[in-house]
Design a protein around this ligand. Structure first.
Ligand SMILES: [Zn+2]
Ligand SMILES: [Zn+2]
Length: 172
């Protein structure tokens, strides 16, 4: 969805509230594709401060689907987006500025704006629950569901060093 700023152009101090929605269905972040499972229409308020400077404010909640970083099970979580910011529009600017990829000329691209904010709001690590036990890196068992009999102690290099010292000591 595009908002054309012509209604606000050359009207300093003028304010307009747009009800917008996004058609964005996924974003790629840190090697994973996050699905946008639910996105309700939301309000975006745009104010012309000067001929070239605008402010926007608005808030949206998206339901996003990803995978738990430890056990790889699907997880849905809510992401709060805050669109409060200032931005500039240049005359005859067809190329987007790096920090305003959502502005193309006088058109504000809502999908691009949502994508931008979502990438900033995604958690560094998605977990299905705080104390997720993850999967056994030997047999792949989901340790939240059952336990396995793998000896995972030897996977810790610090432990194997201690074990070696211990064995040498026994041999003497
Ligand atoms: Zn998990
Ligand atoms: Zn195992």
């Amino acid at each position: 969805m595009l908002i054309h700023l012509s209604e606000l152009f050359n009207c300093e101090g003028r304010k307009k509230v747009y009800t917008v929605e996004t058609a964005l269905d996924s974003v790629d972040f840190d090697g994973e594709t996050f699905q946008i499972e639910k996105a309700e229409p939301f309000e975006l308020e745009l104010t012309a401060k000067t001929r070239h400077k605008y402010t926007m404010s608005g808030h949206a909640t998206l339901t996003v689907g990803g995978h738990c970083a430890r056990c790889l099970e699907p997880v849905s979580f809510d992401c709060e987006l805050d669109f409060g910011r200032e931005f500039e529009v240049q005359d005859g600017q067809e190329e987007s500025l790096d920090d305003e990829p959502f502005m193309k000329g006088y058109n504000l691209d809502v999908d691009q704006l949502v994508c931008n904010e979502l990438l900033l709001s995604l958690p560094m690590k998605v977990l299905c629950r705080e104390d997720c036990k993850g999967i056994c890196n030997r047999c792949g068992t989901n340790l939240n569901l059952r336990t396995c009999t793998c000896d995972t102690r030897s996977l810790d290099p610090r432990m194997s060093v201690i074990q070696e010292i211990f064995n040498e000591f026994k041999e003497v």
